[in-house]
Design a protein around this ligand. Structure first.
Ligand SMILES: [Fe+2]
Ligand SMILES: [Fe+2]
Length: 177
């Protein structure tokens, strides 16, 4: 058997980067549920460990995921999309949501870190309002990505695209570490 034949064969053990993105989405849905529990418990009935976990997710995991999508998934998808997919507007909208969500996420993370360390929120009502605005918006964001973007990605991206996506995601993690 030649090397060529081996490399042409799909490796069943190769991880699919789309599965990593899908599992990040599943974790984000859990993060939104956790944010709702925190908002419901403000100001005194909050699980401080949960606050610290959500703060770290907002600060580190979310921006990384947005990089994976904006530098990896979205451009590859644009390259493979067909006009009838109507993707350009959807992806532009999702990318603009990332940038406003990153700003809100870091503001909320700061307040949750204080809570995680045993402090009290400076303004519990404002924090509750920000949490609710964020998780409601972010649930919708993940929903649209799961409904529209991920199925098209699974349909249209080639094996080479998936390798390129994996390389971009690895590089994003290398830069973040
Ligand atoms: Fe996104
Ligand atoms: Fe996403």
């Amino acid at each position: 058997m030649s090397d060529h034949a081996v490399s042409d064969r799909p490796n069943p053990l190769a991880r699919n980067p789309l599965d990593m993105i899908a599992s990040a989405h599943a974790l984000q849905v859990q993060m939104c549920d956790a944010m709702e529990r925190i908002a419901d418990g403000l100001p005194d009935e909050v699980d401080r460990r949960l606050c610290a976990q959500v703060a770290s997710c907002l600060q580190f995991d979310l921006p990384l995921h947005h990089h994976d999508e904006e530098e990896g998934l979205f451009p590859l998808l644009m390259k493979r999309a067909k006009p009838e997919d109507g993707l350009d507007q959807i992806l532009a909208r999702l990318a603009s949501e990332h940038s406003s969500d990153n700003d809100f996420a870091s503001e909320i993370a700061e307040a949750l870190e204080t809570l995680g360390q045993g402090g009290r929120p400076a303004n519990p009502e404002m924090l509750g309002y920000m949490l609710r605005g964020f998780f409601e918006r972010y649930r919708r964001h993940v929903h649209w990505e799961n409904q529209l973007v991920m199925p098209l990605a699974r349909l249209r991206l080639t094996r080479e695209d998936l390798d390129e996506l994996q390389a971009t995601m690895n590089e994003n993690r290398r830069q973040a570490s």
